[in-house]
Design a protein around this ligand. Structure first.
Ligand code: HEC
Ligand code: HEC
Length: 759
């Protein structure tokens, strides 16, 4: 949210900066703290006074960040080959993968195979069948923290459209139903899974299911970032779990334990989570080698039809159901032999398994990641249009070669009886991209916007992307920070802006012309050099995980989100999920350099950071080492959602509380549903949008739907699926049939959640 937040202070004026160094007794201690040669300049360690004469600090013009076509982003798993430009398997993955096509085939079969659930009815796809997400309406309610059903009187009821937006006083969550409760007893000699008798209704997750489409661009997956970017072959926790290991047997020798750590593989870390979850897919007590044992007996997709025209599985599709192959042979085709090729048995938890069973979590994670990496939707009308739009960095001019491409959205909505124009979409794009007018003022003035892109950044429409956090960064300054070895996964910003006029965004009173800054604590105090009328105030500063924000969807206490820990919401202090808290838990975190915001002050700064106060190293004021005790803002922060196909991904937000995009816009317009005073992102404020501005933002979002997703054309085609959608009165599953679709797509397009119009 860097540019967005800082922009509130940028000023256009001519001025001069005066650096006033006060001597300060803590200097020596402070230099020791700074450590590692960073900012060792003694003067940096002293409290400094910066003045900004003339109009003083203030909000001002900010360079717009432009949205780009997703076509411009390299696939993190299949990057373009340097010479041919064609997608190719990332080099480090060839240590495991023998044949990427075979691995994608295996991953797609496993993802859609209902037999993978302990009940033989729950696949990954069961909660991700509709544009990669879930639109079921019966038994989808989780009673939330108060453990009481508030929205509907009882479990297993059907959600009517009138339940939305969910009443703010209710903490219920629209989740996804998984399996009924049972305990795992074993796999019998025929491969059948034995469990105790399943009881109760199907359990419902505590968060709404996000889409798997474009999830390959997420640096970490899950709303709270639980699925680590590095894959350890076994569970979601990456190198944070030091006991995780897999088995390797070189040239058919004895298998030995090996610790692996595959970078930028969050989807693999994610995929090994739900399979053993007692709520989602598993009887309690089942292990990965157990699932491996079961899978190796099975005819893949035996209970489901597969279209002979399926883009991936068609060649091995059998009639009437399943595949003409086995999971064992698919694993042999996909993975290098050292990960499965031995007759020797391996003992896990006192039970004997084949190597293929013992390493099943590795095959599961990697093959599903490779399949999901093909689920990229980068051909929406907006992506097509943006691919023809050029940006001139010198003049700031945008030249759109072919806005008529957007008429595709206008025409297809007209067929559904929804009337929007190309101009609506263009206006929505402008509101989305352009920053708030200087001084921060609402309603929005012409030529400015609401800066959604500050968080829904770049071509990925989320700052929580691989490109932004582990690549070079999606903002120009990101490159400068990266070059100086700053860690782009975190950021330090001013929090809790003053809501008082002429706000709501500026926390520096108009006319204030001086601040003090303590680099030991990053404390910034507004004082005044020339104008005694400005009372001294301290500006709250916090470091947070870039891409994760509390936007006020629920009260802070409802769900700790990123503030939780690897072992669940309550382990946030011992095993923090957030990078900020994790590094702060180390004895000395100052080796981590945090990019920071600054205050606008005309005529100051550098060419990379113009018109703002920079520190001695030439970076924005708040940039510098991470301190152990500084304020971290991570509680109840959630991953910024990517917005492609968002039309089809309702209900929205981590709690599924909104059913339409208009309800989402109403939420943003009101500055969120809850004030969450100490944690809410400063950009979430009352916007005072006109009705027409709201609907143009909705029209813009409708242009982000890829027709291939809407019609389920390749790569979004799939096998048939029976999806449990609540219970019948006699306690049996109310099954919903999702027919098999081949590469050419379905005869009917996917509809929105509850089939209600987005407006
Ligand atoms: C019972 C329903 C259910 C099943 C089954 C299920 N998921 Fe999910 N999935 C969810 C929910 C709910 C979330 C969000 C959970 C959270 O963030 O805490 C989620 C999150 C995800 C995400 C993260 C997307 C993002 O933007 O962060 C991916 C990827 C994903 N699931 C893939 C899978 C795969 C692969 C499987 C099978 C191994 C699977 N899911 C099985 C419900 C389910
Ligand atoms: C401060 C950062 C920030 C800003 C600014 C912001 N968003 Fe978001 N957006 C988020 C986060 C974080 C989420 C997920 C929040 C949650 O569920 O708790 C989200 C979720 C959404 C969703 C729901 C996606 C889904 O699949 O559930 C939509 C739609 C959306 N934002 C649109 C917008 C629009 C339009 C704007 C501008 C008016 C905007 N956002 C401004 C951070 C931001």
């Amino acid at each position: 949210m860097k540019s967005f937040a800082r922009g509130f202070y940028d000023v256009i004026c001519i001025g001069k900066i005066v650096l006033n160094q006060l001597s300060f007794s803590k200097t020596v201690i402070v230099v020791a703290l700074m450590g590692l040669g960073f900012l060792t300049d003694v003067s940096q360690a002293q409290v400094q006074t910066f003045t900004c004469p003339g109009e003083g600090f203030g909000p001002g013009a900010e360079p717009a960040i432009h949205m780009e076509s997703l076509k411009t982003v390299p696939n993190p798993i299949f990057p373009p080959d340097e010479t041919t430009g064609l997608p190719t398997l990332r080099a480090d993955l060839s240590e495991y993968i023998a044949d990427p096509k075979a691995a994608i085939r295996l991953g797609k079969a496993l993802f859609w195979d209902m037999q993978m659930g302990s009940d033989n009815k729950t696949a990954c796809a069961t909660c991700h069948f509709h544009a990669g997400a879930d639109v079921r309406t019966i038994n989808q309610l989780n009673p939330g923290p108060n453990e009481t059903f508030d929205v509907l009187p009882k479990p297993n009821a059907e959600l009517p459209p009138s339940s939305f937006p969910i009443n703010k006083n209710y903490d219920d969550i629209i989740g996804s139903q998984g399996v009924r409760k049972s305990n795992f007893l074993g796999i019998d000699e025929f491969g059948a899974e034995l469990t105790t008798t399943p009881t109760g209704f199907r359990q419902v997750t505590r968060r709404n299911a996000p889409t798997v489409i474009n999830a390959v661009f997420n640096h970490r997956n899950f709303w709270d970032g639980r699925a680590q970017p590095d894959f350890n072959g076994v569970n979601p926790f990456g190198s944070r779990d030091t006991s995780a290991h897999v088995w390797v047997a070189h040239t058919g020798g004895t298998p030995v334990k090996v610790v692996i750590n595959i970078q930028n593989a969050s989807l693999a870390s994610q995929a090994v989570g739900p399979l053993l979850s007692h709520a989602e897919m598993s009887a309690a007590g089942r292990t990965f080698p157990d699932v491996g044992k079961k899978a190796l007996f099975l005819k893949p997709l035996r209970l489901q039809q597969v279209s002979p025209a399926d883009s991936v599985l068609g060649a091995v599709a059998d009639t009437p159901t399943g595949l003409k192959t086995t999971y064992a042979s698919m694993i042999q085709d996909a993975f290098r032999p050292e990960w499965w090729n031995t007759w020797e048995k391996i003992t896990v938890d006192g039970k004997s398994y084949s190597m293929m069973e013992a390493n099943f979590s590795l095959f599961w994670g990697l093959s599903i990641m490779l399949y999901e990496a093909t689920l990229v939707s980068n051909d929406s009308p907006m992506d097509q249009y943006l691919a023809t739009r050029t940006f001139d960095p010198l003049t700031g001019a945008l030249t759109g070669n072919d806005p008529t491409l957007l008429d595709q959205t206008v025409r297809r909505l007209a067929e559904e009886g929804i009337s929007i124009t190309r101009a609506d979409i263009m206006e929505g794009l402008a509101l989305f991209e352009l920053p708030v007018a200087p001084p921060p003022s609402f309603p929005i003035q012409s030529g400015s916007g609401v800066g959604c892109i500050g968080c829904h950044l770049g071509a990925e429409t989320t700052s929580a992307s691989v490109g932004n956090l582990s690549g070079m960064g999606n903002e120009t300054e990101g490159r400068a920070f990266k070059g100086a070895r700053f860690d782009l996964r975190m950021e330090r910003m001013f929090m809790n802006m003053s809501w008082a006029p002429p706000g709501p965004l500026s926390s520096v009173p108009l006319g204030a012309d001086a601040i003090t800054f303590d680099p030991n604590t990053y404390a910034v105090n507004v004082t005044s050099k020339s104008k005694v009328t400005v009372p001294p105030i301290d500006l709250p500063v916090a470091t947070y995980d870039t891409g994760w924000y509390d936007i006020g969807v629920r009260p802070t206490i409802d769900d700790t989100g990123l503030g939780g820990g690897l072992d669940g919401p309550d382990s946030g202090d011992t095993k923090p999920l957030s990078w900020t808290k994790f590094f702060q838990s180390l004895p000395d975190p100052t080796f981590i350099k945090i990019p920071g915001n600054s205050l606008g002050c005309c005529g100051t700064g550098t060419t990379v950071f113009p018109d703002q106060i920079v520190n001695k190293s030439g970076f924005p004021l708040l940039s510098g080492p991470l301190h152990k005790t500084e304020n971290a803002n991570v509680t109840s922060a959630f991953k910024t959602s990517g917005l492609r196909n968002v039309e089809l991904n309702g209900p929205y937000f981590h709690n599924g509380g909104k059913s339409t995009l208009t309800q989402v816009l109403d939420f943003y317009n009101a500055g969120g549903d809850f004030p969450n005073a100490t944690t809410k992102a400063p950009a979430i404020v009352f916007l005072n949008l006109f009705g027409a501005q709201k609907s143009s933002l909705v029209a813009f979002m409708l242009s982000l739907t890829d027709e291939r997703v809407r019609w389920q054309r390749a790569p979004f085609d799939h096998p048939q699926l029976s999806v449990p959608n609540g219970d019948n009165p006699d306690g049996t599953d109310n099954l919903m049939d999702i027919p098999a679709v081949g590469a050419g797509g379905s005869a009917t397009p996917l509809k929105c959640f509850l089939e209600i119009t987005p407006f």
